[in-house]
Write a protein that binds this ligand. Structure first.
Ligand code: OAD
Length: 238
């Protein structure tokens, strides 16, 4: 981290681990179950076709959970780093929660979508979810074309992540690439470090356990993001 100065282009990739200390469960530490569901029953387009009510209720529960959690010191540290680096900072997250934004970060790409957004499969418009919709398990009608059931604006398995062109360009151009709280299982996110490294970036990792792609990191800090990141960022900004 010592080599980061105001002119250093930094790209961050975060995963579920950064929100763990806020109380949101990660994906791969519960016998393959996500909040007691098999991923293929709730996070695939096939599941939405087969059992939309189960999928809808599952995401409504995730949205309600967001009202009970708050950003932790790791989210805050990334906001502090963005304040310092300005336009040289980009945060790519695989998380669908809004904790980075609530911590103050603004230059964010949610590559797997956002719980706070809904999308119409008929007219393809994207809508911010209204607060009154959080509490019920009723579907939300499209305000634009009246289609009766908006879907979560979430990238499910077998779907293509969002804004990939921008992501690859930023990763190719960065000087430092930092992965935080991600196990390195899910592609293409897990492969971004290969792109960064082959373009000469210094690669740094922070994770509770060694991720699958640990060998690609030049520096690796094992432990909790909420404890390690504030220390690392303090060294950069002070
Ligand atoms: P995973 O659940 O696969 O990995 C989370 C990682 O965070 C694990 O390696 C943990 O060791 C680590 N971890 C846990 N607590 C931590 C802490 N306090 N500090 C630092 N690290 C900690 O989550 P992701 O890698 O984000 O996709 O998973 C990638 C994608 O797979 C998700 O975006 C989601 C999922 O299925 C979709 O929903 C499309």
């Amino acid at each position: 981290m010592e080599q980061i100065g105001k002119q250093t282009k930094v790209v961050i990739l975060t995963g579920a681990g950064i929100s763990a200390e806020s109380g949101i469960k990660t994906f791969r530490d519960n016998d393959g179950l996500w909040e007691n569901h098999r991923i293929e029953d709730v996070a695939t387009p096939q599941a939405w076709q087969r059992n939309p009510s189960l999928v809808w209720q599952f995401y409504q529960a995730r949205r309600r959970q967001l009202t009970e959690v708050k950003p932790n010191p790791a989210h805050d540290a990334l906001n502090e780093l963005e304040q310092y680096l300005g336009d040289n900072f980009l945060l790519i997250t695989q998380n669908v929660d809004d904790l980075h934004r609530r911590a103050g970060s603004s230059n964010i790409i949610h590559m797997h979508g956002e719980l706070a957004l809904l999308r119409c499969e008929n007219c393809h418009e994207i809508f911010a979810m209204m607060e009154e919709h959080h509490l019920t398990d009723d579907y939300v009608e499209c305000p634009n074309c009246d289609y009766d059931r908006l879907r979560p604006h979430i990238v499910w398995f077998h779907e293509v992540p969002l804004r990939l062109e921008e992501i690859y360009q930023a990763v190719e151009e960065c000087d430092v690439f930092i992965t935080i709280g991600t196990s390195g299982h899910v592609y293409p996110a897990a492969g971004l470090i290969d792109v960064a490294k082959s373009n000469g970036a210094r690669c740094i990792g922070v994770n509770l356990e060694p991720p699958l792609n640990i060998d690609m990191h030049d520096e690796f800090y094992q432990g909790k993001a909420g404890e390690i990141l504030p220390e690392l960022v303090k060294k950069v900004v002070s």
